[in-house]
Design a protein around this ligand. Sequence first.
Ligand SMILES: *Cc1c(COP(=O)(O)O)cnc(C)c1O
Length: 392
Amino acid sequence: MNTKAYFGNFGGQFVPETAMFALNELENAYNTIGQSKEFRDELADLLKNYVGRPTPLYHATRLSKHYGHEIYLKREDLNHTGAHKINNALAQALLAKKMGKKKIIAETGAGQHGVATATAAALLDLECDVYMGEVDIARQELNAFRMRLLGANLISISDGLKTLKEATTAAIQAWVNEIENIFYVIGSAVGPHPYPNMVRDFQSIIGKEAKAQLKEQNLKADYVIACVGGGSNAIGIFNEFLGDDTKLIGVEAGGLGTHTPYHAATLTCGRAGIIHGMKTIVLQDKYGMINEVHSISAGLDYPGVGPQHANLWEEGRVKYEAITDDECVQALTLVSRLEGIIPAIESSHALAYLEKLCPSLTEKSVILVNVSGRGDKDMNTIMNYEKGKIYG
Ligand SMILES: *Cc1c(COP(=O)(O)O)cnc(C)c1O
């Protein structure tokens, strides 16, 4: 057993034998090319001059006054393409290029990871296929158009429910069929080893910057809050604080409520299982069939979670909570009105947790919230929500 592939009881490499070759090749490349000074310098330069890092740490004064605690926002929404996903997509695409791969592929649900990957492919002159469910292409017309405009081939998947799960299965199949030429860019801290480690490392710049930015002001975070879909923005900001006494809170999508079947609160309601090449906590029925999930936020709508989160949950190091669609929209509106910042609906789940946390605190606290992305992409969803059509 490859013990490095595990976080406690979770992780591993549950893939067909043919894919093991590619995973070993990737692990080698990541441990050599990925750790080289040349790669690190080139990536740092792109993150600075192309993505726009470091992102600001913003003291949200009106929100702080509203809640009676010092609230700081890590502004991943100000990254090029509007979210933290570019940190990882660009790094993986650069690694693919250095490995001599000509083509990168990606799966996407809402299209955010597809757009980030298509962007990196354009920049680095790589061919790019994006697998997306037919239903998602219709729902996310604008992102589908964006990917095509950036020069990616959008591959429409019409199996099953025609959404992310089927698109992921199709991408894995395409990868296994042409494993020598293709680099599979995974969009969250999920999948078989070494992806969860690699994605965490690429996203950990969020927490490194935030901790240093707090330190410059002689501050220390008492709490760090982030939303959890697959878990990449959360592990990205948590990683730097794992060894401290900072309390860490991951917020999952509670959808219409965890007492209903319409949610994506994996760690709140799931149990151990296997999904997309990893052992983790999975939302499943009593026969082990993976559940359909619901959230107003397409980016959190995933029935699994990264294996490191499953481990941090089991160890009790990170607390995981669920926020409903309604609570999320209230937070999005509040932060828009108080701060002039429209957060992504995913990030609004993290912000919504302030409403629960703040009244319970007896001492004045410093709370760091990761604003993983901007809400521009969500305006149709919010308009439809307000009309009572939350599935829009
Ligand atoms: C995709 C996405 C997420 C969820 O993905 P994680 O891997 O859990 O971070 C959160 N926020 C935004 C803005 C996203 O686009």
